[in-house]
Design a protein around this ligand. Structure first.
Ligand code: IPM
Ligand code: MG
Length: 372
């Protein structure tokens, strides 16, 4: 069966890092390693625009046609969206709406954000190496509900020059249960510890969150469940991050905590993410795979971008949507080896060591894949 992959390079450094992911995808498809026939089977790669790139061409950040192509794909790879030239557009026409439209339109409710420290990079963290060396956390962020999408929302005119801004935090039990199951399943395959993060001392929507997570726990007696308030979780993440295995939390708490967790690893340029929907009837699981970093317009087009977050996002796509776990393992191992050999892009370069360009890093990964 031929797998369809839709690439959406997006804006800023998105196209540069996507180019490296595509070279690697082509390499895997061509069986570059020679002795490892059929590493990922037949693939068909398509490309389309999203975010600012789509605004420039179509006048909106995500067309219905692109959304439909994303729905028809087995996996969507996304670079990054946004840039200063689109910052003055009305809220609902900004590049970010393209990303939110894809998440909602594909019902990608579970956002997996691993924060993993490659031992070769332990000294890149702002935390002491002993606090982060070996760190391996998986944050599961609810992605299609909560305050990001709750109604009512908007800005009301109250007259007399006074205004009111409104957003709504609401969760239904099924929304909590389905993301909790994804998190429990992951914890089961890891160190069997799930921490659910809420604000149940203040917010009713998260009282419900906690109760529903406890209900789902009944099906996972082999996984230890704990609960933490979000303020404490933020503090614990920088105090002793290795206490965590899998964290599951709401859309907005996950947005914030995943940035903090990302920085523990020393480089935002290293972190991939996967956004998953429910498995379809044919067993396939749609997914959107993107780096955690943004479009970094200040360094776009200079070969300074680190392509590894995009490449590791491709590895997640191979693992979760393309039924190619072995290829995913090989790709992740190739990344670790290239880092151990001292290859660094500008963001992680050490004093006195020249940085490699975006495409040089991509080439090194390709060579390692061929050797490994
Ligand atoms: C993220 C980003 C997005 C979010 C923005 C760009 C809409 O911060 O993926 O974490 O808030 O979800
Ligand atoms: Mg964010």
């Amino acid at each position: 069966m031929t797998r369809r992959i839709l690439c959406l390079p997006g804006d800023g450094i998105g196209p540069e890092v996507m180019q490296e992911a595509r070279r690697i995808l082509d390499g895997l498809a061509r069986n570059q390693s020679g002795h490892d026939a059929g590493m990922i089977g037949a693939i068909q790669v398509e490309e389309d625009v999203v975010g600012g790139a789509a605004i420039d061409i179509h006048g909106c950040p995500l067309t219905q046609d692109t959304l439909q192509r994303a729905r028809d794909a087995d996996a969507v790879l996304l670079g990054a969206v946004g840039g200063p030239q689109w910052d003055d557009l009305p809220f609902d026409q900004r590049p970010e709406r393209g990303l939110l439209g894809l998440r909602k339109g594909l019902d990608l409710f579970a956002n997996l954000r691993p924060a993993q420290v490659f031992s070769a990079l332990a000294d890149a963290s702002t935390l002491k190496p002993e606090l982060v060396n070996g760190l391996d956390i998986m944050i599961v962020r609810e992605l299609t509900g909560g305050i990001y999408f709750g109604q009512p929302r908007g800005i009301e005119d109250l007259g007399d020059g006074r205004r009111r801004g409104i957003n709504t935090l609401a969760y239904e039990s099924d929304e909590v249960k389905r993301v909790a199951r994804v998190a429990f399943d992951l914890a089961r395959r890891r160190n069997k510890h799930l921490c659910s993060v809420d604000k149940a001392n203040v917010l009713e929507a998260t009282v419900l969150w906690r109760e529903e997570v406890i209900r789902v726990h009944a099906d996972y007696p082999d996984v230890a469940l704990s609960h933490m308030y979000v303020d404490n979780a933020a503090m614990q993440l920088v105090r002793d991050p290795k206490q965590f295995d899998v964290i599951v939390t709401t859309n907005m708490f996950g947005d914030i905590l995943s940035d903090a967790a990302a920085m523990l690893t020393g480089s935002l340029g290293m972190l991939p993410s996967a956004s998953l929907g429910a498995p379809r009837d044919d067993g396939r699981r749609p997914g959107l795979y993107e780096p955690v970093h943004g479009s970094a317009p200040d360094i776009a087009g200079q070969g300074k971008a680190n392509p590894l977050a995009m490449i590791l996002s491709l590895a997640m796509a191979l693992r979760y949507s393309l039924d190619a776990r072995q290829a995913a393992d090989k790709l992740e191992a190739a990344v670790a080896r290239v880092l151990e050999q001292g290859a660094r892009s500008a963001d992680t370069a050490r004093d006195g060591h020249p940085a490699l360009t975006t495409s040089q890093i991509g080439s090194r990964i390709l060579e390692e894949l061929a050797n490994g």
